[in-house]
Design a protein around this ligand. Structure first.
Ligand code: PMV
Length: 369
């Protein structure tokens, strides 16, 4: 599909007002997306586990208005007006307007809440942008005529087109958000061995996955709940003149190819090798860009070392990954939950800010409420 396939035909129905609510989860990348080009296209393919408990719930209220050439919206977070979010949403609306031509015809009230604390250092952009994109898709679905719908359907987009376009829109809000619409494993970015993969939207991983990966667990250790010193957009842009960029992009393709076999055979040792190497490569890219920066904290390294010792001692298949911050995602198969939680409580909690961590696991994507 091409971007222009997401431009709708002129709308046939006029909806005056309404309200729609979606809940959309966060995701954690196994092969990382780091480096992008306009318009929000990834320099390399990535794959993530969709999460289950860490999510954003967004209600989008809409009412018809006179189109004055501007966007009209308000943002409410946890019941309080949040004007600080407006510039990001304005940018998003500008990017998606060509694909959602009704945007200036409505006033929107975006009411949003996260199931994880906002000062947790967990980025809410993936869950937040995907929830908003899904709400907007629902509105568009009511505006399109029954017979003009790509993919057919009785007055509505068919499910596959609906989720593809939602993911396409979410990507324009925040790249990794396109991987939050569905689950449990989502690929974003064209890869020659993954059928249907695209730079434009995320697709569910289309091949066999061994039961070793069912209900895979992710405990997020909150090492540093503060604001990041360097945003992901700045980090992505620093890959443009990065001396190791091409090698890194090439490596991501290679890691995804390797994961295909690993997912099929359930080889957890090989899985750990790729996942931890990806996490450290992401941070190595940050440490070797110009300007260079470090997002890990001393406790991030203490946790990594403790996981390595514990793994060597017990033979359990627990490993870590990182996103663009100091927090550590501890990944492990479901049958090791008891031992790993004991280990986290006995050894790792000491490295978390106020002893805080969040238990999550693989999930199946967004839901309409
Ligand atoms: O979606 P962004 O622009 O916030 O970038 C996310 C980048 C990483 O979380 C570091 C990696 C990834 O693939 O999610």
């Amino acid at each position: 599909m091409r971007a222009k396939d997401f431009i709708p035909k002129p709308y046939q129905n006029a909806k005056i007002e309404g309200k729609v609510t979606w809940s959309s989860p966060s995701n954690i990348a196994l092969v990382k997306y780091w480096g992008k080009r306009e318009p929000q296209l990834p320099e390399n393919p990535s794959i993530s586990f969709t999460l289950s408990n860490c999510k954003t719930i967004t209600t989008l209220g809409y009412s018809k208005r006179e189109n004055d050439g501007k966007f009209s919206f308000e943002v409410v977070l946890d019941g309080e007006k949040k004007d600080a979010f407006k510039p990001k949403i304005e940018t998003f609306f500008n990017r998606v307007e060509a694909y959602l031509p009704f945007l200036k015809d409505y006033h929107f009230k975006i009411e949003t809440q996260n199931t994880f604390p906002h000062s947790s250092g967990i980025a809410s952009s993936a869950s937040g942008m995907s929830a908003l994109a899904l709400c907007l898709m629902n509105i568009e679905q009511t505006l399109v005529a029954p017979h003009d719908t790509p993919g057919g359907g009785q007055g509505a987009y068919d499910e596959s087109y609906f989720f593809k376009k939602a993911s396409f829109l979410a990507r324009l809000g925040s790249g990794s958000a396109c991987r939050s619409v569905e689950g449990p494993l989502v690929v974003w970015g064209t890869h020659d061995k993954i059928v249907g993969s695209s730079d434009l939207f995320g697709v569910t991983y289309p091949f066999e996955v061994h039961p070793n990966f069912s209900n895979y667990q992710d405990v997020i250790l909150l090492v540093d709940k503060g604001e990041k010193q360097v945003s992901s957009s700045v980090g992505h842009n620093l890959m443009r003149d990065h001396p190791f960029a091409q090698e890194r992009f090439h490596q991501a393709h290679y890691h995804l190819t390797a994961l295909k076999k690993i997912f099929k055979e359930g080889n957890l040792e090989a899985f750990i090798g790729i996942v931890e190497r990806e996490a450290l490569t992401l941070h190595a890219m940050m440490m070797t860009s110009m300007p260079y920066f470090i997002l890990m904290k001393p406790n991030t390294l203490k946790i990594i070392n403790a996981i390595w010792s514990f793994r060597a001692k017990t033979g359990l298949k627990v490993c870590f990954t990182l996103d663009a911050g100091a927090n550590v995602h501890v990944l492990f198969p479901e049958n090791e939950t008891k031992q790993v939680l004991e280990f986290i409580n006995n050894e790792l909690v000491a490295y978390c800010e106020n002893g805080n961590y969040i238990c999550d696991q693989i999930g199946y994507g967004a839901k309409k409420l």
